[in-house]
Ligand binder design. Structure first.
Ligand SMILES: C[S@@+](CC[C@H](N)C(=O)[O-])C[C@H]1O[C@@H](n2cnc3c(N)ncnc32)[C@H](O)[C@@H]1O
Length: 280
């Protein structure tokens, strides 16, 4: 039965968080490069998981080094009904938002929150905060201001249950990307979507977590890429169209993609910019 594009989209799970660098808009340009057949699917920078939710692979391992994010995936997988109950208690109101946001300022208090309460807080802040950003300051405190949304859907229970079902057989880990080397074997598909190398020093946008993803991290990732290539994995990696990245991966296949991005964070001006897709 052909359900047709729109209908199919409406019954499938989709990312439950808005995440900086989300790949949803690039899927039409990327899809033709995905391998048709592979064993496991491995995604070590899962973020909002746009590609994972697009592919819905049978066997997958996902990870990220953001503990709040990984906790959400685990809670949705294991305890989605209690998460839904908790999300229903939140209200979209400025003072309440700042109270919930401030919970991480008291480390001891935060530690006492259950995993469900932590996931509920992360999702609430993502739906109610400015532009759906996840950003922490140097102390690791969430610092996104209250957003201006018209009636945000804080608890999308239908999608959360779909996500929970999609995660049923998925292994989920908290950790740095090198972790994928422990699982990857010949014939696996490894999709790598790291924080991008900045186009200019001032455009440095690497505050997904406390630690910045600098040139040393990009080089370490390149070593992992080569290692995965040697193992016989299918690899696809996204990054910025920058001299540093083009030079690093010069021996591999590089395809240019056109992405709509905020090209100027102050004016929120959007434009089409080049990005790269690197394949082995
Ligand atoms: C560009 S985003 C991924 C976006 C994702 N593909 C999507 O569609 O939403 C990069 C992700 O890498 C994670 N990250 C940053 N440094 C990392 C590291 N050293 N190891 C693993 N994950 C890392 C961030 O937490 C973030 O979720």
């Amino acid at each position: 039965m052909n359900l047709g594009g729109k209908l199919t989209q409406n019954i499938l799970p989709h990312p439950f968080l808005k995440w900086a660098g989300g790949k949803r808009q690039l899927i039409p340009q990327m899809a033709k490069y995905f391998p048709k057949n592979y064993n496991k699917y491995i995604e070590p920078f899962i973020g909002g998981g746009a590609i994972f939710f697009h592919l819905l692979p049978e066997i997958s391992i996902i990870s990220d080094n953001n503990p709040d994010l990984i906790n959400c995936y685990k809670v949705i997988k294991e305890d989605v009904e209690n998460l839904i109950k908790s999300l229903r208690k939140h209200t979209y109101e400025k003072n309440y938002y700042y109270k919930v946001r401030a919970l991480d300022r008291d480390r001891n208090g935060f530690a006492q929150l259950s995993d469900v309460e932590k996931a509920s807080r992360t999702i609430y802040l993502n739906k109610s905060g400015y532009n759906g950003l996840y950003r922490v300051n140097s102390k690791g405190f969430f610092n996104v201001p209250f957003g201006r949304h018209r009636n945000p859907k804080i608890c999308d229970d239908v999608n959360l249950r779909r996500v929970s079902r999609a995660l049923r057989n998925v292994e989920i880990y908290l950790g740095s990307f090198e972790l994928c080397l422990n699982f990857a074997k010949q014939g696996d598909f490894v999709y790598l979507d790291p924080p991008y190398h900045p186009l200019s020093e001032t455009a440095l946008f690497t505050s997904y977590t406390k630690s910045n993803f600098d040139k040393t991290s990009q080089k370490k990732l390149f070593d992992v890429f080569k290692e995965l290539d040697k193992k016989g994995c299918y690899i696809i990696l996204n990054n910025s169209y920058s001299e540093f990245i083009l030079d690093l991966y010069k021996d591999y296949r590089i395809v240019t993609l056109k992405a709509k991005r905020n090209i100027n964070s102050i004016s929120q001006k959007r434009g089409l910019i080049d990005e790269v897709l690197i394949l082995n």
